[in-house]
Design a protein around this ligand. Structure first.
Ligand code: SF4
Length: 145
């Protein structure tokens, strides 16, 4: 039986049937629109050009997502934080909140958190980040870079 989780509560088909007022969370569904594709490309570009957001920004975003009823975990592609059901990104490697929350030019669809800046603002820092990712194989989401 597939199970879905929300902070402080475990969902299953059985216990959601007991309480119709509390809808069963569903797997996030990808909504492919021109706007969503543009936002996604902008978010990826900001990550590539300026690196991930600072630790304090990541942690603040994560705390808001963890407490949000729109956050779900997926049986298809597990992620430590999970996925957002409101943004239309669906379930994919790049839609994981552990990845999405590192992207500077992205925001919460419910306006709980907003855009930020990458940690590598100077050209030298950006070059070092690029070398770390491309040459040394360090993931861009690795906040130790
Ligand atoms: S991005 Fe916003 S709506 Fe989605 S889970 Fe995080 S806080 Fe909730």
């Amino acid at each position: 039986m597939p199970e879905y989780y929300r902070v402080g509560r475990k969902y299953s088909d059985a216990d959601t049937l007991k309480d119709e007022r509390d809808p069963k969370p569903a797997e996030p569904v990808a909504e492919v629109t021109v706007s969503n594709v543009g936002k996604y490309l902008s978010a990826e570009a900001s990550l590539m050009l300026t690196g991930p957001v600072p630790d304090e920004v990541f942690e603040a975003r994560k705390a808001l997502c963890v407490a949000c009823p729109s956050r779900v975990l997926s049986d298809k592609l597990p992620d430590e934080i999970g996925y957002c059901r409101s943004c239309g990104c669906g379930v994919s490697e790049r839609a994981k909140l552990t990845v999405k929350l590192t992207m500077p030019d992205t925001s919460c669809p419910q306006n709980k958190w907003g855009r930020s800046h990458g940690r590598h603002r100077s050209v030298i820092d950006r070059a070092k980040s690029w070398v770390a990712r491309k040459v040394l194989g360090v993931d861009s989401a690795d906040k130790t870079v």
